[in-house]
Design a protein around this ligand. Sequence first.
Ligand SMILES: *[C@@H]1O[C@H](CO)[C@@H](O)[C@H](O)[C@H]1NC(C)=O
Ligand SMILES: *[C@@H]1O[C@H](CO)[C@@H](O)[C@H](O)[C@H]1NC(C)=O
Ligand SMILES: *[C@@H]1O[C@H](CO)[C@@H](O)[C@H](O)[C@H]1NC(C)=O
Length: 233
Amino acid sequence: MGKGLLLCVICILVTQSKASGMADQRSLVSYLSDHDNTIIPKKESSPVNVTVSLTLIDILKVDKETGQVDIVAWVSNTWKSNFQWDPARFGNVSNLAIPSKLLWVPDIYAYNGISKMEPLSPDLLVIAHTGDVVYVPSIRISFLCDLKRQDISTNATCELKLGSWVYSGYKMDLINPRFDLSSYFSGSKYEVLGVSAKKETSYYQCCPEPYISLKFVLSFKEQSSRGILGINW
Ligand SMILES: *[C@@H]1O[C@H](CO)[C@@H](O)[C@H](O)[C@H]1NC(C)=O
Ligand SMILES: *[C@@H]1O[C@H](CO)[C@@H](O)[C@H](O)[C@H]1NC(C)=O
Ligand SMILES: *[C@@H]1O[C@H](CO)[C@@H](O)[C@H](O)[C@H]1NC(C)=O
């Protein structure tokens, strides 16, 4: 996931709006408003499969004392909605960009987060007539990382854990996480040494169902060119 996909989505939308009238899009949105946006789109016994990937844009702030790390990332969520339509009935409109609140969206949150995961980007998602949804908010994420015994000038490693707030693995599965560095800010104060992404499944004594989380691991160091004799300019 990266700029390529976004550009491709935008390009589809531009071609789309040229090829079909606004009236068709409006009737599609009104059709959508009859759809229940509060119900998770799972099928009987099978969970909704959500792919969650991070594209890291920058590491903004690292506070060794409090353990607060702030990053900006595009958090890509893709899944299949149960809202689908026949393009032939709606002037061949096959994709639609809509405010995310019109549709059920995965309730992904950061377990070790310390602020609201609010989008910096326009809060829009793109849904295809097949029900496939792409939702990629750009988010500033503040999270906790124990840096007390780590050396930020050589290699500090932090974990960001993401998962659903309310759904067990029976209702929502998180699959194929990726941690993408291709759009990382070249002028950043921090150099990224390595990233990894992994799915974890936990069981608790209370309950038979699995709980799914995604672990995004980030190793970084402060750019040495920034400081001379340890002084930051
Ligand atoms: C989720 O993925 C599993 C495994 O690939 C599949 O069996 C299941 O049908 C998928 N669920 C939905 C709702 O598509
Ligand atoms: C929709 O696509 C079909 C097949 O390409 C075409 O025949 C039809 O004229 C199109 N309808 C509109 C409203 O563009
Ligand atoms: C940084 O530290 C982590 C955790 O100890 C380690 O896995 C990784 O290989 C280190 N990276 C470099 C470039 O030294």
